[in-house]
Ligand binder design. Sequence first.
Ligand code: C5P
Length: 242
Amino acid sequence: MSSISVEDRVILALDVSSSEQALSIVDRFSSMVNTFKVGLELFTAEGPGIIEKIHQRSKKVFLDLKFHDIPNTVARAAVQATRLGVHMFNLHASGGMEMMKRATEAVVETCLKENLSRPKILAVTVLTSISDEEFRKEMGYQHSIRTHVKHLANMAAEAGLDGVVASGYEVSLIRKKMGEAFIIVTPGIRPTWMPPDDQKRKVTPKEAIRLGADYLVLGRAVLGQKDPEKALELIRLEILSA
Ligand code: C5P
């Protein structure tokens, strides 16, 4: 297990629809969490202003918009994410090698020209909500999710990305193949005391860390609970004991 602090390991998903709700979560968990995730719902509702407000509170932002478009469009969006000063953002590895390379190059060039710090760029592999059965039957792949994720993680590394978003089911495989420096962010975290919801490839906080994840995305495991502070405290203890 690497030496990342528990406050850094936890990324809290601001899956709400207003700045007001989001900032009250940031303030409430500020002493326990350093990075907050702004995803599709909040960003669509509130735009980039919410990122600035989180930064004003000296917290880091993971911009989870999962870019997936033609290389030119994704590269241009990646430049805008960089200018927002986010700590991390992501794009879909299935958008292809050229898309990932162009985005990385555009980010590096912008950082040099505008003297900005370079955000970590992560590739989404296969969503944690997809089961092996859906992957084969609906999406038509002949191989397993594990094989596919391994392939996408390799592509992401070759394109110069910093790491991947992957389920706990594939973490150890990626860690073995890509080494310690490659960042692995794992969503689909479900402690034993909560139901899976729509997450199919889920793991507990302890399992995710033991398997080699660097960061855990927590959504409903904290904010969907009756006592969110207690839920987060239990998860923090699980991480510390992993
Ligand atoms: O509530 P729950 O823990 O399922 O939330 C997971 C969060 O992580 C959501 O904000 C979701 O968008 C995000 N996420 C995910 N799977 C990925 C990438 C991000 O569930 N592959």
